[in-house]
Design a protein around this ligand. Sequence first.
Ligand code: LLP
Length: 443
Amino acid sequence: MSAFDPAIFSRNSRFEVDHLSIASISADDLVSEFGTPLFVIDEADFRSRAAHWKSALEEAFGESAGSVYYAAKSFISKEVARWVEQIGIGLDVCTGGELAVAQAIGFPASRVELHGNNKSEDEIRQALSYGVHTVVIDSFFEIERVSRIASELGLIQRVYIRVTPGVEAHTHEFISTAHEDVKFGFSLASGAAWDAISAIRAENSLQLVGLHSHIGSQIFESEGFAAAASKLIGLLARFKDTYGQELPELDLGGGYGIAYLPGEVTLDPSRILSELAEIVKRECAAAQIAVPIISVEPGRAIVGPTTTTLYSVGTTKEVELDGGQSRRYIAVDGGMSENIRPALYGAEYLAILANRLPLGPTCATRLVGKHCETGDIIIRDIELSADIAPGDILAVPATGAYGYSMASNYNHLPRPAVVAVIDGKSRLIVRRERIEDLLALEI
Ligand code: LLP
């Protein structure tokens, strides 16, 4: 049976007597004002999670604490970039588009890190002219490109090397990034990472300041992060032995898991970062190097739990299954265009009835969207009240990360609006796309 679960909904969500409210605004009121599908982001929750990552990093690593870089790919808009700026953390961007959002609000370049496995020359130029703090170098071609552009601009650019440490992260193959057979970074085992170090040191316009690794996403155990950290520390030790000086920084990437279903738990930043600190300090002592400045790049763990998608039910249908059983389909007004994760990764979600109390028994349900495709499934199997009918509102929690940011216009469906709620007030931060926006692209 699907019920409101405070561990999965954003912190200021409640089920009040007979309806869902977020930051004291009822789902009904949000839908009347902004329509559906609607992404509702709990601003205070976002701010407190981001601030918690910052304080947890400082507590765990003390003087060696670097920056928390919020991973913009999980969800970015100008308003969210302003919150990130105000909280005092950094921003990880991996395209010129994400960087443009930061630039549009004057986000301090000194807190921006540029990623990407195939940065274009224009993107590199955009980032370097803006003055981004660090560029994470991902390939040999890029060493030459970043160096040349830095030199054209008369800069010496701080860079990290993205290292592929050969760690198998326990998560879906498509979001696992640190085993050997991937497009990202320089492999440690093959010696490419070491060769990249020497190549960068030969460039006058590049200043190598550290190493980076990101092992994957939606990871719950510290083992994978610890294994990656220990391999990178091995490389830092080799650097010291060879060059007689230390590389001062280490960025351990993002990937911290969150709860999507009842019984799952969102990783506590204080816990995971103190575990990591212990391992990093121990390994550095064993390798006889100073503890480097440690940075992290959580995306999902900050924004994922803060957002709920509201949908309107459009149709329902009973379908006979083999063996005399039946399945009830509920179709809502969005689907794989604003949540591709179930189709792409087999991701699972919860849904609840948000506008009233359910009456009577539940039944085996499949929650689907409105796209012309059988795989347009939001939730494959869920028990939902049998009386759910057209006009009801369903709420799907934990959709803040990689929901809107991966949204498409499949079937020419305009992308949803995003509304921020705080202390009983709501405001649109991204307006709903219109068909005219789509038609305007055509020549
Ligand atoms: N840093 C780097 C270099 C990354 O590539 C990523 C995510 C992050 C940080 C942030 O990871 P997070 O903390 O959000 O897990 N679309 C997939 C996730 C792809 C993640 C790509 N890189 C999903 O919906 O699960």
